[in-house]
Structures are given as C-alpha cells and as structure tokens.
Design a protein around this ligand. Structure first.
Ligand code: SF4
Length: 226
C-alpha cells in the first residue's frame, strides 16, 4: 500500500464512530478543484504500512473505525488484503471512492471487506469529462453495486461552481435514487488546486440553491453548508 497520510483521530469521517483516517497515494482523476495535489501526483513522503498497522494495533481499544480514503484507494493492488487486515483487528472499515473502478468495488463487496462505502458523485454524467478520462457507465455501475450491496453507504456531491450547476443536483437526485443517504457538501477553496484557475472560487450561497434545498427537504437529503 502506498500511504501518504495518517490522521490519528477524526470525529467526522465515519458516521457515529471515532476513527483514524488513512490517505492512499495516487488518483486516476484530475478534478480541477482538488486540493490534494501532492497526494494525487504521488509527490508525498510515504508512511510505511508497518507503521500504520502498528498504530492501529496500539489504538484498537480506543478507536472504533478506520476510514481509507485518497487519492483513489481502489488503485492500490493490495487494497483487499489491507482492508481485511484492518477488519481482523476488530475495526469497522469505511472506504471512500470516486466510483471509477467498479470491478474492484465488486470484489470488495463480494468479500465483505468493508462496513461502509462513501462514493463521490462528482456531477451530472455529461459533465464527468471535466474530471479527466472517465466512463460514466463505470460510475453508474458503481452506484448500482453500492445500492444493492446491503452495506451501509452514502453518495455525496461537492457543490463546486462550474462543475456542479443547480440543475445538475436536481438531475442527480433523480438519477441516483433510490439512495439511503445523499450528502451535499458546500465548496470551499483550499489552494493549491490541480487547476489554479479554480482557486479563490466562491461556493454557492443558500439563495443560489433555493430550488435544490426545497427538493432536499422533501427527500430528506443531508446538506452540509459551512
Ligand atoms: S478530488 Fe478528484 S482528483 Fe482529487 S483525490 Fe478526489 S477524485 Fe482524485
């Protein structure tokens, strides 16, 4: 595993559980607003898997869960073993994914390697090209796999102006339904970004998203405005 970051405690990254967060190195997308530039490009010092496992072993009486995020964790060839080893220690495991690798996701689900899946749905399918070389059918397939997995999950979209338009949210709600939990996150610029032109972009105001907010209220969608 190529690990580029370890957060020893998070109250936010696993619903209702204290967790550690592990960041894997590398990503197959290039979202223009991404602020994990060095992690995505592999330009970070690596943390040994041995160190991470030693830390988790030592904290297993105090932490309940581990969130594996990235970058894109499904690019790691030894991800399944890694997830299995963490679960064997007694941790709940959450995996964050961009949904571009449904074949890996299927294997993870079939082997029961995770307890929670969180998938970013970046924008409407016809705008996915803004994130790089993505086949929207892979995104659809991943969503369907997750929905039918029986595993706890959430879909989430960050409301980035120029990438996600209010009409995209309305379309997404229709196209990804039914879902258990759909989280809309406010966008906050955190330079440096992959595309410097996106730095300093202002997120939407609640007024900009009035129609979306009304729809969310009727569908009980969680929205995270900071
Ligand atoms: S925001 Fe995009 S480029 Fe950055 S890590 Fe996530 S999927 Fe990869």
């Amino acid at each position: 595993m190529k690990i580029g970051g370890l957060q020893k405690l998070s109250l936010l990254d696993y619903p209702d559980h204290l967790c550690a967060v592990i960041w894997t190195v590398g990503c197959n997308l290039r979202c223009p607003y991404c602020y994990n530039v060095r992690l995505v490009r592999g330009d970070v010092p690596l943390i040994s898997e041995e160190h991470v496992m030693g830390f988790l072993e030592e904290r297993k009486d105090r932490l309940e869960a581990v969130c594996v995020t990235g970058g894109e964790p499904t690019l790691q060839p030894d991800l399944l073993k890694f997830l299995g080893d963490i679960r064997e220690m007694g941790y709940l495991v959450k995996l964050d994914t961009n949904g571009t690798r449904p074949d890996v996701l299927r294997e993870i689900i079939e082997r029961g390697s995770v307890d929670y899946l969180a998938m970013d749905v970046k924008t409407s399918f016809h705008r996915y090209h803004l994130m790089g070389d993505v086949d929207p059918d892979d995104i659809r397939e991943s969503m369907e796999l997750i929905r039918s997995s029986g595993i706890e999950y959430e879909f989430r979209t960050t409301l980035v102006p120029g990438v996600v338009f209010p009409e995209d949210v309305l379309e997404l709600v229709r196209s990804i339904s039914p879902f258990k939990r759909y989280v809309l996150q406010d966008y906050e610029s955190r330079p440096p970004h992959i595309d410097p032109d996106t730095e300093g972009l202002e997120g939407y105001s609640e007024g900009d998203l009035r129609e979306v907010i009304e729809m969310m209220e009727t569908k009980a969608i969680e929205v995270c405005f900071k």
